[in-house]
Ligand binder design. Structure first.
Ligand code: NIG
Ligand code: FE
Length: 415
């Protein structure tokens, strides 16, 4: 099967020598080709270049992209896509002045979602997540990391992971699965948190590993949730089963979570609102991708991670949606691009790097996704007619994606 996309106004984020991440000042640059073609063979990108160099050949399918641009699909490296029900009443409580931690303390927040996940059937969780995934795909996402974390019991956590496995098997998107056993502290473990940490170590991690249900392990390492000591214990236990860490850190305080992530050679550490000089120093030279979640900071009206300072210090930055019912009920990565530019003063090029190559690294798929490069999976989208690539973050709120291709197949047509 050979497909040609011709007359592309601009082919965005091309790489002749694929990189694993883009750091510091390099983030302000993306390579593009104007008036370009793209050829896909058997689900992979086989060649691209200027129209004047289009090789002669016959194709099973051809698409004309006149006036339109082509981008690699977004990689959303941090989501909690499997959940039951919405939490708009808490959203109103927050507007009235309650903090995230206050809501959590009285059994709302993550525990509210946990109760509903425990009661939901696997089929219901799967159907709801697939519906959300369809919407995200229509906005240009082609790879998603999905966490458990609303189970709170071993049984419900395994149920969530089985739902993620089914999504992995049935969706055309590239999916990664993360065991987030330590997302909140169940009421019955309040005051004896170590016992819950033991449950994660002795039951959840071994069971998830035995059934091959998780690619990564996550912990909510923050003030009022799990401390560094708890996190050390769980990440060490996960590492014994080959689960690389991707942790929630420094969203609510200077929790030591970032240094902890680096110590464990985590693939990423995510949120990072509370990042100071010591945290930046720890991240420098590490293999841990600093990942900022603009949707959560927007929705909770929080301080913003010092992204400019991080890039000035030479760090890479990734961005993801954090799609979840409590702190970011949206998986729209085009909005993340706009938030990156408006709230974090990132250039469009920096925002595009953060949501493609760097977020691909943060979910360990950068060898297959995150850019337009020969041999990578043919996951890309054709935009509607747009004047420039800067228009993508600029025209916030509207869907600029017209057609989405995953593994070289057309899966969405928003015409
Ligand atoms: O990434 N910060 C912790 N966990 C989620 C929120 C989950 C929830 O409130 O349901 C997050 O923002
Ligand atoms: Fe999260």
């Amino acid at each position: 099967m050979k497909t040609l996309i011709r007359n592309i106004k601009e082919l965005v984020q091309v790489e002749h020598t694929p990189r694993t991440m883009v750091k510091g000042a390099e983030m302000a640059r993306i390579d593009t080709i104007k008036n370009a073609y793209l050829i896909v063979e058997d689900g992979k990108i086989s060649s691209f270049g200027e129209m004047k160099d289009l090789p002669e050949g016959t194709y099973d399918k051809e698409y004309d992209a006149t006036g339109r641009m082509v981008f690699p699909t977004f990689c959303d490296s941090h989501t909690h896509l499997v959940y039951a029900g919405s939490r708009e009443i808490e959203y109103c409580d927050k507007i009235r002045g309650l903090s995230y931690e206050e809501i959590a303390k009285r059994g709302g927040g993550i525990l509210n979602s946990a109760k509903r996940v425990q009661e939901a059937s696997e089929q219901q969780l799967y159907d709801d997540a697939m519906q959300r995934l369809d919407e995200m795909t229509a906005y240009g996402t082609g790879a998603v990391e999905i966490k458990s974390g609303y189970g709170m019991t071993t049984e419900a956590e395994m149920k969530m992971l089985r739902v993620i496995r089914r999504i992995k098997e049935t969706s055309p998107l590239t999916i990664k699965s993360t065991l987030l056993g330590a997302h909140g502290i169940p009421m019955e473990y309040r005051g004896r948190q170590e016992a819950f940490v033991d449950l994660v170590i002795n039951e959840m991690i071994p069971q998830a590993a035995a059934e091959g249900l998780a690619d990564f392990i996550d912990v909510f390492c923050d003030q009022g949730f799990f401390n560094v000591e708890d996190t050390d214990r769980m990440l060490e236990a996960g590492a014994k089963y080959g689960l690389r860490a991707k942790i929630h850190a420094n969203e609510l305080a200077y929790s030591g979570g970032i240094q902890c992530a680096v110590r464990h050679n985590a693939l990423s550490c995510d949120h990072l609102e509370y990042t100071g000089d010591a945290e930046i120093e720890a991240l420098r030279g590490s293999a841990t991708m600093p990942t900022v979640l603009p949707g959560a900071a927007f929705f909770l009206n929080m301080v913003h991670a010092p992204v400019r300072k991080m890039m000035d210090a030479g760090l890479p930055v990734a961005m993801a949606s954090d799609c979840n019912p409590g702190s970011s009920p949206s998986g729209n990565m085009q909005l993340i691009l706009s938030m990156a530019c408006v709230n974090y003063r990132m250039l469009p090029e920096e925002a595009i790097n953060a949501t493609t190559i760097n977020s691909a690294y943060a979910m360990d798929v950068v060898d297959q996704l995150g850019s337009i490069a020969v041999g990578k999976k043919a996951n890309f989208f054709i935009t509607k007619p747009i004047p420039t690539y800067e228009f993508m973050p600029y025209a916030y709120g509207s869907n600029k994606v017209e057609k989405v291709f995953l593994n070289g197949e057309l899966v969405v047509c928003n015409e």
